[in-house]
Ligand binder design. Structure first.
Ligand SMILES: [Fe+2]
Length: 184
C-alpha cells in the first residue's frame, strides 16, 4: 500500500465458512442481549442507527490477531492490535462521515454477511466507493481517510472492523490487558 493510497481491497480475505461462523456469533450476541435487555437492541450505538454492535467478541478478537500479519504486509509497517468491533445493520442504517480515534489508525473492515438479495452497502472512503462481497476486506487509514455509508436499503448486513496501531504507540489492546477483555 503506497503512502498516498487511500484504500487497499483484499478479495476473499476470509472464507465463507469463517464469515458464517462470525456472523452467527454476532446473531447469538444479539439474541442473548434481547433476552436480557429492556431496550431495543437494534437501536444503534450512537454512531450508526438501526444496528446492533459488539465490542471485542471472542471470534472477532481471534480474527484481529490472525489478520495482524496481513495488515503488517499491506500497510508496510509493524502494527499491534487494539480492538475489534462488529455491527449488524438493518434498513435505514447510516454511518455519518467521520475519521476514527487514534486506536484505529490502521483499520480493516470485512463483510461477513449480505442479505439474500445481495443488496449493496458501499462504504465511501476519501472519494472512493468500496463495495465488498462476503469475505472481502478493505484496509484503510481510519484517522486520515474520511469514511461513511449512506442509508442501507436491504434487510441485514454484517461487518467486522479490526483496528491496529503502529508498534510502540502505547495503544495496544485499546488499554486492556489483552484481547477479549471488555473496555470497562
Ligand atoms: Fe470509522
Amino acid at each position: 500500500m503506497q503512502e498516498q493510497q487511500t484504500v487497499y481491497i483484499l478479495r476473499n480475505a476470509l472464507s465463507e465458512e469463517a464469515c458464517l461462523l462470525l456472523s452467527t456469533e454476532m446473531k447469538i450476541h444479539r439474541s442473548c442481549q434481547s433476552l436480557t435487555s429492556e431496550e431495543d437492541v437494534m437501536s444503534g450505538d450512537g454512531q450508526v442507527n438501526n444496528s446492533f454492535s459488539k465490542y471485542a467478541s471472542l471470534g472477532n478478537e481471534a480474527i484481529l490477531l490472525l489478520m495482524n500479519q496481513k495488515a503488517n504486509e499491506i500497510f508496510g509497517e509493524e502494527l499491534e492490535p487494539t480492538y475489534s468491533y462488529s455491527r449488524i445493520m438493518t434498513a435505514g442504517a447510516t454511518m455519518p462521515r467521520h475519521v476514527d480515534r487514534p486506536e484505529c489508525s490502521h483499520s480493516v473492515t470485512i463483510c461477513l454477511q449480505k442479505d439474500k438479495h445481495n443488496t449493496p452497502y458501499p462504504i465511501y472512503m476519501g472519494g472512493e466507493q468500496v463495495e465488498l462481497e462476503v469475505g472481502d476486506a478493505v484496509f484503510y487509514r481510519g484517522c486520515e481517510v474520511e469514511h461513511w455509508r449512506n442509508a442501507y436499503e436491504g434487510e441485514e448486513h454484517i461487518q467486522v472492523f479490526l483496528h491496529y496501531t503502529p508498534k510502540g504507540s502505547g495503544l495496544i489492546y485499546d488499554g486492556r490487558p489483552f484481547v477479549n477483555f471488555s473496555k470497562d
